[in-house]
Design a protein around this ligand. Structure first.
Ligand code: PMP
Length: 392
């Protein structure tokens, strides 16, 4: 038997032990934890859709007529009208021929990558890709070559020296840094070197591009440029699940081959109904994205003026770089004492020595909420100063 206790103790000593926080009530932006009200800056509900009454109503109406559970897998008897309609809406929303609805983004990445690449093929994966992409690559049994983050030159060198089937996979917006992948360049390279491009736009969908159609639509990249487009629905869309969109043939193939689609119970139809409602609202409500952009600009200005180190991100993901695990934890705890919830992100989620506070902004925040965060950060600045002095 492995010594589990020793492994956990080691994590604790290194400031890497992770705990779960129990919360109650609506999740964004104000929540209750341990009986205390906290203002949250760590949800992925970027547009504040998760608590919208329109979505709850759609889910409740669907549950009243369709029941609660998913009942069976899609290929047995779980494929409901609500799923079918959502897939049509997702295809239209992303400007793709067809779409396939998965139960989670993790499963979408695992299922799609392992269905599209196998032994003898090569996958090229950005070094900062999400864990579910990394695991999908491992599951595929293909050879995996990781390229330095966003480095199209390095990728080109790898592509040009590799034969056989090639697949390039990248986050659209990187989940821990908030920057956008060089998608136009990646699409060009994939054309030149005959590689299949897979983009996971989990964090761009709803937020970037015309009508919130994502980072791929923002650049006007078509189905030919980005044949495999993955998106998750538990973030800006405010519900749950994920999808892959692309050519009809690809979707037909995945229905046969993606094991995480085939061998799992279908999502409750109510979630699909609420998601369709959310997509309609997201397309119409540009004012939410405009408000969010205003918050992002104000945060960046305020936090930089306080001397915090930010990343070059124009998205709601705005990490404050700290470096050391314990300092990141100390900052997060000090903010919490001031009623602000901002999570410390540590390895292995981010590379060693790059611990950070992952601030996420949402259209549900007000300018007053943002001022509260900046005031908290101003008061906590001394924690960083003291640690920096100690390090000198
Ligand atoms: N892709 C990316 C880029 C993500 O950040 C995440 C989750 N945070 C996922 C996929 C997984 O999505 P889900 O939470 O729906 O499993």
């Amino acid at each position: 038997m492995r010594d589990f206790a020793a492994e956990l103790e080691h994590r604790k000593q290194a400031g890497l032990y992770r705990t779960r926080r129990q919360i109650s009530g609506p999740q964004q932006p104000a929540l209750v934890s341990d009986g205390r009200a906290l203002l949250s800056f760590c949800s992925n509900d970027y547009l504040g859709m998760a608590s919208r009454p329109e979505l709850s109503r759609a889910a409740a109406e669907s549950m009243a007529s369709n029941g609660v559970g998913g009942a069976a897998s899609h290929l047995i008897c779980g494929h409901h009208d609500a799923h079918h309609q959502l897939e049509q809406r997702l295809a239209e929303f992303t400007g793709r021929s067809a779409a396939l609805f998965f139960s989670t983004g993790y499963m979408a990445n695992m299922g799609v990558i392992s269905a599209l690449a196998g032994r003898g093929d090569t996958i090229f994966s950005d070094r900062l890709n999400h864990a579910s992409i990394i695991d999908g690559c491992i599951l595929s049994r293909a050879r995996v070559r990781r390229y330095p983050h966003g480095d199209v030159k390095a990728l080109e060198e790898l592509l040009s020296s590799t034969d056989g089937h090639k697949l390039v996979v990248t986050d659209g917006v990187f989940s821990m840094d908030g920057d956008v992948a060089p998608l136009a360049e990646l699409a060009r390279l994939c054309r030149v070197y005959d590689a299949l491009l897979v983009v996971d736009d989990a964090h761009g969908l709803g937020v970037l591009g015309p009508e919130g159609r994502g980072s791929v639509a923002e650049l006007g990249l078509s189905e030919t440029d980005v044949p495999v487009l993955i998106g998750t629905l538990g973030k800006a869309v405010g519900t749950s699940g994920a999808f892959v969109a692309g050519p009809r043939l690809l979707i037909d193939y995945l229905v046969q081959k993606a094991r995480t689609y085939i061998y799992t119970t279908a999502m409750p139809p109510a979630i699909a109904s609420a998601t369709s409602t959310s997509l309609d609202l997201i397309r119409r409500e540009q004012h939410r994205r405009d408000h969010l952009d205003g918050l992002i600009a104000a945060f960046r200005k305020g936090a930089s003026e306080l001397g915090y180190e930010l990343m070059p991100s124009r998205t709601p993901i705005q990490p404050i770089m700290v470096g050391d695990n314990w300092t990141a934890l100390a900052l997060s705890q000090a903010l919490e004492q001031r009623g602000l919830l901002v999570t410390a992100i540590r390895p292995p989620t981010v590379p060693e020595g790059e611990a950070r506070l992952r601030v996420t902004l949402s259209a549900a925040h007000t300018q007053a909420d943002l001022r509260q965060l900046l005031n908290g950060l101003a008061e906590c600045r001394q924690i960083l100063d003291a640690r920096e002095k100690q390090a000198v």
